[in-house]
Design a protein around this ligand. Sequence first.
Ligand SMILES: NC(=O)C1=CN([C@@H]2O[C@H](COP(=O)(O)OP(=O)(O)OC[C@H]3O[C@@H](n4cnc5c(N)ncnc54)[C@H](OP(=O)(O)O)[C@@H]3O)[C@@H](O)[C@H]2O)C=CC1
Ligand SMILES: O=C(O)C1=N[C@H](C(=O)O)C[C@H](O)C1
Length: 238
Amino acid sequence: MKIALLGYGRMGQAIESIAIERGHEIILKIDKNIESYSLEEIGIDVAIDFSIPDAAFKNITSCFKAGIPVVSGTTGWLDKYDEAVEMCNDNDAAFIYASNFSLGVNIFFELNKKLAGMMKNLEEYGVEIEEIHHTKKLDAPSGTAISLAEQIIDVNERKKGWHLETANDNEIPVFAKRIEDVPGTHTVSYTSRIDDIEIMHTAHSREGFAKGAVVAAEWLKDKKGVHTMKDVLSSLFE
Ligand SMILES: NC(=O)C1=CN([C@@H]2O[C@H](COP(=O)(O)OP(=O)(O)OC[C@H]3O[C@@H](n4cnc5c(N)ncnc54)[C@H](OP(=O)(O)O)[C@@H]3O)[C@@H](O)[C@H]2O)C=CC1
Ligand SMILES: O=C(O)C1=N[C@H](C(=O)O)C[C@H](O)C1
């Protein structure tokens, strides 16, 4: 596949290594202004966007307009996700966004949903989420922590939203810690007077995120429409 990387920071570079290992070619790397590139003319099979919150929407929708399937892992721009979905469908384009592309976190998401269902009527347990990331991260809480919170809110009628650090009884508190060089650790904790239950995912490097993004790009290349990482990993979740 001929891949365009939209964003060539820590993740862009990790994706480049995995993509080359898997026999793909990086034909474009964009770190700033997508408008100065003619995406249509250089035979891009798929674009992978790991940029910054302020740039993601423009990067993604430029690909839709150019008819290029796009995988995005950029977090912190999701207020515009519904608009992106509409533009993808209007342009008959192809799109996958995931707050986390690693296989491990996608298994963790399934565990989180299962546990949330079991805990939803147990009022004696409080629930909270903690995420720890490197100090260069621009957004807080992490996109993954927001996905975990939304999965719990979907099944637990007592929880109406989430809030960073402080939360009302009807919200899930999400704690964001920044520690140098941590690739990404997420913990969901249920706490009662009697005991605690915790599930945790710890990334040891960015390799899992990068591999998942390349696998998603391989899967999306010849498809149309809006998909999720669960679609990509469907055989695992049957
Ligand atoms: N979904 C997932 O699995 C994962 C998601 N992420 C998310 O991916 C994103 C990137 O993370 P990371 O690589 O660590 O961050 P970096 O800061 O290392 O990389 C971001 C890159 O985007 C570049 N950039 C700035 N403006 C634009 C633009 N207009 N178009 C394209 N690129 C631009 C930056 O360039 P410059 O430095 O010159 O400004 C930088 O090189 C974050 O939102 C992060 O949360 C991270 C890991 C996994
Ligand atoms: O910025 C990061 O590094 C990461 N961001 C993603 C997020 O916000 O959830 C995924 C991963 O945890 C690493």
